[in-house]
Design a protein around this ligand. Structure first.
Ligand code: HEC
Length: 93
């Protein structure tokens, strides 16, 4: 009996953790430094990607590839400090 009650709690607990709503996730992302800069530049062509789409080490390459698209499309390009802020935003959890 005791075991089944703890199992129920465990299931509720795990279920609760994975059910982070889109709104909660957005609020957390907005609180991270660099959000505004990343949003300004990265949503010129598509929605702002989620940071967990790539491992931290991959983001500088993704951003470089995107910069070549920005250049080709004559979009606004980040300067070096903006670029750092963008990469920092995607690399932070
Ligand atoms: C000039 C338009 C443009 C801008 C601005 C832009 N992107 Fe993209 N992005 C694209 C295109 C086109 C694709 C699809 C082709 C591809 O994946 O190379 C894409 C796809 C992506 C993908 C999905 C593919 C993958 O590698 O995971 C990610 C993530 C991404 N962009 C991140 C970013 C980030 C971060 C920024 C801001 C620094 C950004 N993009 C700004 C054009 C843009």
């Amino acid at each position: 009996m005791k075991t089944s009650i703890s199992m129920i709690f465990l299931v509720l607990l795990l279920g609760g953790c994975s059910k982070q709503s889109a709104a909660e996730r957005e609020a957390l992302d907005k609180a991270k430094p660099g959000y505004q800069v990343a949003r300004n530049f990265c949503s010129q062509c598509h929605t702002l990607p989620f940071a967990d789409q790539h491992p931290p080490a991959a983001w500088p390459y993704v951003v470089s590839r995107m910069e070549s698209y920005m250049e080709a499309a004559h979009r606004r390009m980040p300067n070096s400090s903006e670029r750092e802020a963008i990469i920092g935003y995607f690399q932070s959890k």
